[in-house]
Design a protein around this ligand. Structure first.
Ligand code: GLA
Length: 373
């Protein structure tokens, strides 16, 4: 499928894991719409693992659990499509899914057909229980080809966690996005580690196959399947800022039905979403020292996105000079910065952008090139 921007949506796993059913998916879809998240760009509703019966049917097809999905998947897809949403599902490339439900190994073509018949628009494809005699790239290529021939435009979301040098082969599989790191958990150590692991994988992302840093934990507040500890508001802000600066897909993972105002304001921040969704898809680059990285990305309209981060447990000074990003002293230019949280505008003086940052905090600016006075 041809996508020009990282996908945005909601996925059931982080909060609900196996506790899913049609009503929950529809209620979550309604909440997504009522709370303005569809308008903000979140248009995929994805059912993760645990939707199927443990055994395939006699015809070899995978069977949705009738207790959880009594009306079947086609009916659910139709209901989601009628709300203006896209429908995502999940399978796995190994012998079983991670939660030990049937996977699509050697059944790629029959399953891709089922997904197409059900009206699926997005397939997340996991990596648990890979058999020793099968390389990851072979399994992902098989599903990529089966989806491309399924008769339906289905976004292929690869989820092999960056294992087995995924970055070297993932673009050969036709995947539209790839999980570049392991699973996220709702705590600061997990977020910090996912950000740091991303730095040497940046050349492999961008248009064609986006680096996926995993589903967001914003708004989980320690509750739900991966809610191990929870984060402070500052940490959730840094989480969202980093995912947007690094151009990750934005798949919400909290319970939307009870999402609070802080969570919604974060998830709907239009300056950050604009940076995440910028169609130029230039590679983000990193300046700055250990634990105080500065991330920079050139944007489609000539603006520059600048993120100052403090990943340390103590205060840090994060900074850059305009010279570092191609605006030399002889250019006659400077930046007009817009702070993505406050909307406050300021003009860069003396070619310096920086701040002393509290632990785990961050600032993101969208910078517009203007004449230096
Ligand atoms: C793996 C994936 C997760 C989730 C679970 C489901 O751990 O990385 O995102 O899909 O499997 O079992």
């Amino acid at each position: 499928m041809k996508i020009n921007k990282p996908p945005m949506g909601w996925n059931s796993w982080n909060t609900f894991a196996e506790n899913i059913d049609e009503q929950l998916i529809l209620d979550s879809a309604d909440a997504l719409i009522e709370k303005g998240l569809l308008d903000a760009g979140y248009n995929y509703v994805v059912i993760d693992d645990c939707w199927a019966l443990r055994e395939r049917g006699k015809d070899g097809k995978i069977v949705p659990d009738p207790k959880k999905f009594p009306n079947g998947m086609r009916s659910l897809a139709d209901k989601l499509h009628a709300k203006g949403l896209k429908f995502g599902m999940y399978s796995c490339s190994g012998l079983m899914t991670c939660a030990q439900y049937p996977s699509s190994l050697d059944r790629e073509w029959i399953d891709a057909q089922s997904f197409a018949e059900w009206g699926v628009d997005f397939l997340k494809y996991d990596y648990c229980y890979r058999p020793a005699n099968r390389k990851g790239e072979e399994s992902y290529r098989a599903m990529g080809l089966a989806l491309a021939n399924s008769g339906r435009d289905i976004l292929f979301s690869a989820c092999s966690w960056g294992a087995d040098k995924t970055h070297e082969w993932i673009r050969t599989t036709g995947a539209d996005m790839w999980r570049s790191t392991g699973d996220i958990f709702d705590n600061w150590n997990s977020i910090k580690s996912l950000i740091e692991q991303q730095f040497d994988r940046l050349p492999f992302g961008g248009k064609g196959c986006f680096n996926d840093m995993d589903m967001l934990v914003i708004g989980m507040h320690g509750k739900g399947h991966v809610g191990l500890g929870g984060c402070t508001e500052t940490e959730y802000k840094t989480h969202f800022a980093a995912w947007c600066m690094l151009q990750s897909p934005l798949m919400i993972g909290c319970d939307l039905r009870s999402a609070d105002d802080f969570t919604l304001s974060l998830l709907k921040n239009s300056v950050l979403i604009g940076i995440d969704q910028d169609e130029k898809c230039a590679q983000t680059y990193r300046l700055g020292g250990d634990e105080a990285p500065v991330l920079v990305r050139a944007l489609e309209n000539g603006d520059v996105a600048i993120g100052l981060f403090n990943l340390a447990d103590g205060e840090k000074h994060a900074w850059l000079t305009l010279n570092d990003i191609g605006i030399g002293v002889n250019s006659g230019k400077t930046l007009e910065l817009t702070d993505c949280w406050t909307g406050e505008k300021s003009i860069v003086k003396n070619g310096y952008v920086g701040s002393r940052l509290a632990p785990h905090s961050s600032i993101v600016y969208r910078g517009k090139i203007v004449d230096a006075k």
